[in-house]
Design a protein around this ligand. Structure first.
Ligand code: FAD
Length: 322
């Protein structure tokens, strides 16, 4: 393994200053980054550890009923937090579904959102677009787990479990860099390969994710459903994040519906959201929503099964929530 320096700044300003160095990289729990270093996929000279930054590992209730979550909170702490479990079950479920207890005990929320793709061509160092090459090997190769929506020229799927939940919840994300900071809707954070094939999000070199904010969600029903090819230790083959506000008569007043494991970004399905609003859930409506979610999906040679799988997963999730 290549040698690198390791620094633990105690303030966000010190962290962004440390990241000014060429070949410096931020690190949370290291559950993704250290594997990439060991496999010679990246070679930073300096790791800037963010887990010592005080106050960025907690959940704080806001005056308006929303919550602010530090980006350095571990996935375990997030999944077990009483306020998150009670008001934002979709996020608690998503965080609790990641990998294994060991990964959740070290992995951070910010690291989960910014982890690199797990397409096996990328992880094995093939000269694909993500490594600066000029092709996507999964387009014609082993593409069982690749994208059916929003792909091209790269067909990676976004690997994060918490990202679909946060998009469905309409979260805001806080980004800090050397030249300032900004809050933006998390749905604007992710980048399609057709916009820039080399990256998965809008972070510029030296910028870090520090916090997330969730709007008030009293009265919502939400759930994250993850389908995997084995019981644990793995990313979603497909997943659905659903957030519904139902009135006293069970009529849907607002809906957030986002698919995971099927596209290079968390895939929000606005036609499904529009279909649900103003309606009371029925088996027919849930089936129509499942079908609408995959309109326009284009399978690669080996992943046609994902179309039916995500459609059916969404149908079941909607029925169980209502
Ligand atoms: C066996 C295994 C199974 C896994 N299963 C899943 C799974 O089921 N679901 C899932 O979603 N993930 C999974 N992962 C991926 C991932 O390791 C974890 O999700 C974890 O949350 C990553 O967080 P971390 O803090 O360890 O990230 P790190 O490894 O520290 O960092 C990941 C990346 O994000 C960057 N980064 C870290 N923090 C910040 C920040 N604050 N701002 C900007 N950039 C930052 C790093 O530079 C690096 O590029 C798995 C990983 C392994 C090894």
């Amino acid at each position: 393994m290549r040698r690198f320096a390791h620094v633990s700044p105690d303030s966000v300003a010190a962290a962004t200053a440390a990241l000014r160095e060429a070949r410096a990289a931020p690190v949370g729990g290291g559950s993704d980054l250290l594997g990439m270093i060991k496999d010679n996929l990246v070679a930073p000279d300096r790791l800037v550890r963010l887990t010592e930054l005080s106050g960025l590992d907690a959940v704080a209730s806001q005056g308006d009923g929303g919550v602010r979550i530090g980006g350095m909170i571990t996935l375990s702490a997030l999944s077990r937090h009483p306020v998150i479990g009670e008001r934002y079950a979709v996020l608690a479920d998503a965080a609790g579904s990641v990998g294994t207890p060991q990964i959740r005990n070290t992995g951070t929320l910010a690291g989960n959102l910014t982890q690199r793709p797990w397409c096996w061509y990328f992880r094995q160092g093939f000269p694909c677009y993500k490594h600066g090459g000029s092709r996507c090997f999964s387009r014609t190769g082993e593409n069982q787990f690749n994208a059916i929506l929003g792909g091209g020229p790269s067909y990676i799927v976004h690997p994060s479990d918490t990202a679909p939940a946060l998009v469905a919840l309409d979260a805001q994300i806080h980004i800090v860099g050397d030249t300032g900071d900004r809050w933006l809707p998390i749905r604007e954070f992710f980048v399609l390969p057709s916009e820039d094939v080399t990256r998965e999000n809008i972070l510029r070199p030296g910028e870090i994710v520090t916090e997330l904010e969730l709007p008030p969600h009293t009265g919502t029903h939400s759930a994250y459903t993850k389908v995997t090819d084995r019981e644990a230790w793995t990313h979603a083959v497909v997943s659905t994040a659903v957030v519904l506000t139902l009135d006293g008569d069970g009529v849907c007043r607002s809906a957030g519906v986002v698919l995971g494991g099927v596209a290079p970004i968390p895939w929000r399905v606005e036609p499904v959201e529009r279909l649900l609003v103003g309606q009371r859930m029925t088996p027919e409506l849930a089936a129509a929503a499942g079908a609408a979610a995959v309109e326009g999906a284009r399978a690669l040679a080996r992943n046609r099964y994902k179309i039916a799988l995500v459609s059916e997963t969404l149908r079941r999730s909607l029925l169980s929530l209502a």
